[in-house]
Design a binder for this molecule. Sequence first.
Ligand code: SF4
Length: 339
Amino acid sequence: MDNSLLGLSFDEMKQLVQKHDLPKFTANQLVEWLYKKRCRNFDDMTNLSKTTRQLLNDNYDTGFHPPIKVQVSNDGTKKYLFHVEDGYVETAYIPDRDRATLCVSSQVGCKMGCEFCQTGKQGFQTQLSAGDIINQILSLPEFENLTNFVFMGMGEPMDNYDAVMRCLEIMTSEWGLAMSPTRFTVSTVGVIPFMKRFMKESKCNLAVSMHSPFHDERLSLMPVEAAYPISEVIHALRQHDWSGQRRLSFEYIVFKGLNDTKDHVRELARLLGSMRCRVNLIRFHSVPGVSLQSPSDKDMVQFRDKLNDKGIIATIRASRGQDIDAACGLLSTRNEMQL
Ligand code: SF4
């Protein structure tokens, strides 16, 4: 929200403090209260003067907004619904033994129109602010348990680049939450100009949604292939040095009998050979009105093994939260938005 402090960088906080003629150190105090202590009320920021607290109360909102609804899957996954300025977004909390991953949304709806995705079917409604994005993390009841963060919820993160980057800056900077960038993975369908900036400007992991190595087939699944063909996406990725700590992965949704043939194995090996990366295989979940089919366990295992035989590190990502539509490709706030 416009007058929210959550989502401001340290520099922006300094500007705000200067604008109100407050002591310079107030910016340090504010980022500490908001990000390190997750303090929701100005009145609880006890080392600020009474007049400063009053000024903040009169003009601003901290920006913390707890989720308004939760659905719990029988596998422990939780899907939270957050109200944002012009709509609603969903966030999936996925606990797994000693890890817990949060799947964060970056837009209300999405412009990319991928054939297999419920968010894509919802169309695009609005961008999330950095505050709305980070609020999904900081206002999560299970915040303390979180170990990993994936920007794979609603929306294409590279289509809301500045807000996503600001959120990552806050999460990883010393003045913010000081978390390791390798705990964060940002996905993209391959929006090359922003993907290149991301590789240069961020140390977080990158996940590229591939789903098919063939142009025509990928185009039938993902309209973005017309603007950014997968061959050019991979060419851009190869210009970057992936030998450090950050990871590159490819997300590959498997559709029964469509993109798991021998030809696909061969082409994937040709495209990805010698690249330091991993392929995450995700079982397709049926979507109403889409004729694509879900593969069997056996199909998934066979495809993985064939890729591994070709030297590609491929793993099957366990499907979580399907019964509450929290699984990959199922997030949608179409009903809340009454679209
Ligand atoms: Fe958008 Fe991702 Fe869904 Fe494609 S898969 S429509 S990029 S949310």
